[in-house]
Structures are given as C-alpha cells and as structure tokens.
Design a protein around this ligand. Structure first.
Ligand code: SAH
Ligand code: SF4
Ligand code: F3S
Length: 474
C-alpha cells in the first residue's frame, strides 16, 4: 500500500495524449484548517484543471498536501479516453477505500472526465465516492464538499457553454518553476467518432485573450520561462471582446503571448490537421521564442479510415500540412503525432498506410494507442469494433518499431549541432547533470557547471539515445 501511495514523477510531456499518468500535489502551508490531496490522471488539460480546483479549495480553507494519509479531502481528477484509463481509477478507488475505512471523515471525490461520463452511476457503482464533479463545476467544488460534510452525497455534472475559469489564478502544483500550462479554451466541437472528449468536456469555448496574456505576464514575473497554451483544438481558438473591437484568432493569440517577453518561450497543443493555418506557421517562424515544435495528431494514414474516424481530412491533406511545416518553418521543426491502430474495419493495407505516413512525416515522437471502443461515441453506435486485440497489438508494435527507427535517425541528425536549451532541472540520473529542452522539444542532458534552472544555455550535441540528446555547453 505504502508504495502505491508514493508520489510518481511528474509527467513532462507536452501533449493532450491522455496517457494514464498521475501527479500528486506539492504541499502548501498557509495555516489552513483542512488538507486537500489531489491526484490527476489523463491529459494536461486535467493537470491544469487540478490547479484551478486547488486554487478554489485554498480560497475555502484548505492547504494542499502530498501526504495522502493526512488528507481530509481526496480528489481524483480522472480520464475516460480509453477503457484502461477508467480501470486504473477503479483500482485506485479500491485502495483509497481501504484507507478511508480506517480513517474517520475522509471525503473522496471523483472529478473530471470519468465523473462527467458516468455521472450518478459512479455514486451507485463506487460506494467509496462521496462527490462527483464534472469539468465545468469547479467553482462549485467547495460547496459540494460542504454538502458531503452535512451528510449528503454531492454531484454537479452540468456542462457549461461559457465557463473558462478565466479569472481564477491556478495554484501551480508539482511545478518546476520554469514551465507552466495555460488553458486557452475548453471543450471540443469536433466529433471524431472514437472520442469521448466532446461528451466529457462539452462545447468548445475560447478564453478571454487579455486574461491569457495577463497570466503569461504573471508567470514570467514569477520566474517562469516557458508557457504551453492548451486546448483540444487550439487552431480554432476565436475570441471577441464584448465591445466587438478586439477579434483574436489563434495566430494572433500566439503573437500576443510571444510579445510578453522574448525570454518567455511559447508552446501549444493540440493542433488539428484540418485547422492549422499557414498564418500560424508564419507566426511561429517570425518569433524566435515561439518554439519550433508542432504536435499534429494524424490518427491514421489512410483516407478511408480517417473518414470513418470523422477526422475531416484526407491522407493527402495531412501530407500537405507536413509539407507546409517543413517549407515555412524548416526541417528543424519538431513534429509529433498521435496514432490509433486497429480502428474498426482497418485492413492490413490500410495499416501499411499509417506506417508509410511515419516515413513521410519523419516524426520526432508519437503517442500510439490501440483502439478502445468508448460507450455512446459515434463509432460505438455505428461501427463494429471488429479487429481482434491480438491484431491491434501487433499493429501497435509495428508502429512503435517504425517510430523508434525514425526518431533515432532524427536524433542522430542533431549530433554536431548547437541548440539553445532552457534548463528545467537536474537530470534524473545524476546531480552533476542538468536537463532542459530545445525549441524543437528534444530533451538534452549536459554537465551542470555553474548553470541554474530557468537559464538559457547553448549546448553542442555530442551524442544521443532513442529519447534524449547529450551535449556540452559552448
Ligand atoms: N484533441 C486531440 C486529442 C485528444 S485525445 C486531437 O484531436 O488530436 C488524445 C489521443 O488519444 C487522440 O489523439 C487519440 O490518438 C487517442 N484516443 C482518443 N480516443 C481513443 C480511443 N477511443 N481509443 C484509442 N485511442 C484514443
Ligand atoms: Fe477528440 Fe477529435 Fe476533439 Fe481531439 S478533436 S478531442 S480527438 S473529438
Ligand atoms: Fe483529457 Fe482524458 Fe478527459 S485525455 S480531456 S482527461 S478523457
């Protein structure tokens, strides 16, 4: 039990891939009466939401703790993207139940996407759960806890068309003090047939551009040197001021954030291949501090499968976007992707199209999944999940193999080049080394010398592994 409660390392990736990572809270000591412990699963949107939840709870008499056993309130901020993400939460709830039974007065809440998907069913199925709160209910979260204190079970799964939490300053949890996430929009209006997100997160809405810029400024003043703008489909960001004077699209927002300070790096995810514009690509090119890195999920390299997935682009359209990235930004632009293997009715030939897409795009990285049917999604309703688990897994392995080969070649081509690296902290292996990332999002490890976190340093790449570059400052 003890081991399982240990804090796992923070997820450092930049995408909304919804891998089943978890992070726990750092401790705050402001003399509040009660303690909150919060664990986040799924994608960066959830991690960012947990920081909103922590901020609201702090306003209402809670400090955060990293010690689960000290907590009066335990929240799991959950993910529904694939079945195993939900299974993992159910296993965790069982462990928590064992602790709760020994302790009086521990409130257990399920937040996030699984809360939204299952609603009151979750209260029926999981007796340990006192509180269920969907992604748009976090302003109400302290009231929900108060209802539990009064002896009721509490639920709020209302999805809003407006809520963006624009005015709430997140409480940075598990932060390295250098990089931070800023949520710029919520929800999703695309209906990719495999995906639960439109059901768990509701309609797409964009956050006030001025509040985004202000958050970036505040972070810079506090010493942060990189922000990642988050949304399920950032390219469809669109905001208009109440008087109608200001209209801001994503390219314009990127520029506004880049202008906060030339030492503040800007990243973003996720881009949708149907929406990413040349205007965005030129904006990246024109600002040194907007990182040369794009996460552009392809899902499949075959047009028929893309159509069944309702991705609304073809293989050729996607290739054209890759060409545009390389033509406008250059070959040095990092590109990563998401891939699903074994989607409904996918043939071997169609799977080969995904493999050849890896060759074409020369991805630096990919998040790869085998298809997991999600209840009530368009694919679950209309298509048959007819590829066996064994075939899905084999295709996944093939995709992984191919990606490894390609990204190793990409990494090797970085040897001998010099990159500007933003230092994020000590290497996990040794305190004599630091790690940081290049603009194109490669992790670099190099000797510490007198450098410190938050500094930029020029590093000559001397060696590489599958996942990391090694170098020395020049
Ligand atoms: N908004 C982002 C993706 C969010 S979900 C986008 O459009 O790209 C993150 C990734 O999880 C997706 O890109 C997809 O590759 C994967 N995914 C989503 N639903 C899935 C499912 N039912 N089975 C397997 N993988 C899935
Ligand atoms: Fe899901 Fe598609 Fe929206 Fe991404 S764009 S969150 S895959 S529906
Ligand atoms: Fe993210 Fe998982 Fe929800 S990927 S949006 S936490 S379903």
């Amino acid at each position: 039990m003890k081991e399982e409660l240990e804090i796992l390392e923070t997820a450092t990736n930049q995408t909304l891939h919804g891998e089943d990572n978890k992070t726990t809270t750092t401790d705050t000591h402001t003399g509040k009466q009660r303690k909150l412990y919060i664990e986040s699963y799924g994608c960066q949107m959830n991690f960012a939401d947990s920081e909103i939840v922590a901020a609201v709870m702090m306003e209402n008499g809670y400090d955060t703790t990293s010690d689960f056993s000290q907590a009066d309130v335990v929240f799991l901020n959950t993910c529904s993207i694939r079945d195993n993400a939900e299974q993992r939460i159910r296993a965790r709830l069982k462990q928590i139940n064992a602790v709760k039974r020994e302790k009086n007065n521990m409130t257990v809440g399920v937040l996030g996407c699984m809360a939204e998907r299952l609603k009151s069913q979750l209260l029926d199925q999981e007796k340990v759960v006192d509180l269920v709160a969907g992604p748009d209910s976090y302003r109400d979260i302290a009231n929900l806890v108060a209802q539990v204190d009064e002896g009721h079970r509490a639920i709020n799964v209302y999805l809003s068309r407006e809520e963006t939490y624009a005015d709430i300053t997140p409480l940075r949890l598990d932060s390295n003090g250098v990089t931070a996430y800023i949520t710029i929009m919520r929800g999703c209006d695309n209906m990719c047939s495999f995906c639960v997100v439109p059901f768990t997160r509701g309609r797409e809405r964009s956050r006030d551009a001025d509040s985004i810029v202000k958050e970036a400024q505040d972070l810079f003043e506090k010493g942060y040197r990189e922000v990642t703008l988050l949304g399920q489909n950032v390219d469809s960001y669109k905001w208009q001021s109440n008087d109608g004077v200001q209209q801001v699209n994503f390219a314009q927002l990127l520029e506004k954030v880049a202008l906060v300070h030339h030492d503040l790096r800007v990243r973003f995810c996720t881009s949708h291949p149907k929406d990413i514009t040349d205007e965005v690509l030129y904006t990246i090119k024109n600002h040194e501090n907007i990182c040369n890195y794009i996460h552009l999920p392809v899902q499949s390299g075959n047009t028929r499968i893309l159509e069944l997935m309702n991705r609304t682009y073809t293989r050729e359209w996607y290739m054209n976007r890759i060409d545009a990235i390389k033509n406008i930004i250059g070959d040095d632009c990092g590109i990563s992707t998401d891939i699903i293997t074994g989607f409904c009715s996918e043939t071997e030939e169609e799977h080969q199209d995904t493999l050849s897409m890896l060759e074409y795009a020369k991805y630096d990285y990919a998040y790869m999944f085998s298809y997991s049917e999600r209840p009530n999604t368009p694919a679950a309703k209309k298509l048959k999940d007819d590829i066996s688990d064994a075939v899905k897994k084999r295709r996944l392995n093939e995709v992984q193999q191919k990606l490894n080969d390609i990204s190793l070649v990409r990494n090797k081509s970085d040897i001998g080049k010099t990159y500007k690296v933003l230092i994020e902290g000590f290497s996990k292996r040794s305190d004599a080394d630091l790690y940081g990332r290049t603009s194109h999002n490669k992790m670099v490890i190099f000797p510490k010398q007198n450098f410190v976190k938050g500094q930029y340093v020029n590093v000559l790449i001397t060696d590489c592994s599958k996942a990391t570059l090694l170098g020395k400052d020049v």
